[in-house]
Design a binder for this molecule. Structure first.
Ligand code: FAD
Length: 384
């Protein structure tokens, strides 16, 4: 029997999914099994929209449509937690399966602590995540560094530390380290992320550690909960998913890669946070002086809940109306307001119309506090 802690190579036995999937198609195969067999009422996953820079969160209720959500979109910088919150607001009793990256999962846990989502109605299929690339940066990186028209790129992937593009006329890969040294590559909040394998989901799925003849053709699945074990077991029994125990060498490699990625995240934290040390106040004042008070940072934050009376609503008495830029205290108050729960998802910075490095400031503040508090940022509160 499959149990918590098991690590397997898994793959779909459905050709259509296998062709479109990123690795073994286990994620899409499992989601399809859960929906077909009414373990859930709907699936929330991510689908390619206009092009590879356009990742669209999609709620699927017809199992046949799930194949459209297979594959990884590395320029998909969205956060799924708020979509889950909206879904549950409209359908509080429906069971939902969701594909989650580390930041999605952390935001869900923070929302659950505030009764903003009901985790018991969720089936969480985690995907390992080494980071995402902003669609705007990706376009300029492909044009300037790869010397390729970004509109001709029809596929991208991250493999063995390279960001690889396929375009009309060929393919090209450049190491992410090299891209990041020249100011491109992953979003800065992703560089600082230390949550690479989402073990607080029901299953944690990825490609690290798949070696031998299954390399590229299977998904590495770590079973993280009884719910996850039950889903995998039933899907295998019904013949839609096949598994084999993970190669012990592969498990070692996965551990090493995860460790190296966490170390890299710590290196970026050190670099980014020490750079702030010399003149924190003036840096914040200077950067936020571009603010046009569009309130996108508040609206898109998964953990900032603007409610009348708590000072974060857009018509706060503490914010002078019609004045631009706002006093730097406008942002300082917001950082303070979310400092108990900022999960470094980066949405505030990603969606800032004026490119203010907001995630950097709030992450720097929150990370310091996180050293002293339990439960850690974005992790479940087991005391409940
Ligand atoms: P599939 O059956 O192809 O299903 C993929 C699932 O991911 C689908 O449900 C799809 O909707 C969802 N998805 C696609 N893009 C996004 C997105 N941007 N945000 C949220 N969900 C999305 N694995 C590693 O081992 N190491 C890594 O460094 C790593 N980095 C990743 C970075 C990103 C941005 C993503 C999305 C995934 C990453 N993965 C990584 C996981 C890996 O790419 C596969 O998703 C995983 O191995 C499952 O493979 P599969 O064939 O079973 O998935």
């Amino acid at each position: 029997a499959i149990k918590v802690g098991d690590m397997v190579y898994a793959w779909t036995l459905e050709d259509q999914i296998a062709q479109k999937a990123e690795c073994g198609g286990a994620v899409t195969g499992l989601l399809k099994y859960a929906l077909t067999n009414k373990m859930v009422d709907a699936v929330l996953a991510v689908q390619k929209g206009q092009d590879i820079y356009d990742a669209v969160p999609t709620v699927v209720t017809d199992p046949k449509e799930l194949v459209g959500t297979a594959g990884s979109l590395h320029c998909g910088t969205l956060l799924i937690a708020k979509v889950v919150q909206k879904f549950q607001k409209g359908s509080p009793d429906k069971k939902l399966a969701v594909t989650v990256k580390g930041c999605d999962l952390m935001a869900l846990h923070e929302l659950a602590k505030r009764k903003g989502v009901n985790l018991s109605n969720l089936l969480l299929i985690g995907v390992n995540c080494g980071g995402t690339v902003s669609p705007v940066k990706a376009r300029s990186m492909i044009r300037d560094v790869y010397q390729v028209d970004p509109n001709t790129v029809h596929k991208e992937e991250i493999d063995k530390g390279q960001f690889i593009i396929e375009y009309e006329g060929g393919h090209k890969g450049i190491s992410i380290d090299e891209l990041e040294e020249s100011g491109y590559g992953r979003r800065s909040n992703c560089r600082r992320c230390l949550y690479k394998v989402p073990r607080e989901a029901d299953l944690a799925c990825g490609n690290w550690g798949v070696i031998g003849d299954k390399a590229g053709k299977a998904t590495f699945v770590e079973v993280c909960s009884d719910k996850g074990a039950d889903l995998l077991q039933k899907a295998v029994k019904s013949g839609v998913i096949a598994t084999t125990p993970a190669d012990p060498k592969g498990i070692e490699i996965r551990k090493k890669v995860e460790g190296a990625m966490i170390k890299l995240g710590q290196k970026w934290r050190k670099k980014d946070f020490t750079a702030l040390r010399s003149d924190l106040w003036n840096t914040i004042a200077d950067e936020t002086s571009r603010c046009i008070k569009c309130y996108s940072c508040i609206e898109n934050c998964p953990v900032c809940m603007p409610v009348a009376g708590n000072g974060t609503e857009t018509k706060s008495l503490m914010v002078e109306q019609g004045a631009l830029p706002p006093s730097p205290m406008f942002h300082m108050r917001r950082f303070a307001h979310i400092s108990d729960s900022c999960v470094n998802c980066g949405q505030c910075e990603e969606l800032c119309a004026m490119d203010i490095p907001l995630a950097l400031f709030s992450h720097a503040i929150r990370s310091e506090a996180d050293l002293a508090f339990e439960p850690k940022l974005g992790r479940p509160d087991y005391s409940n």
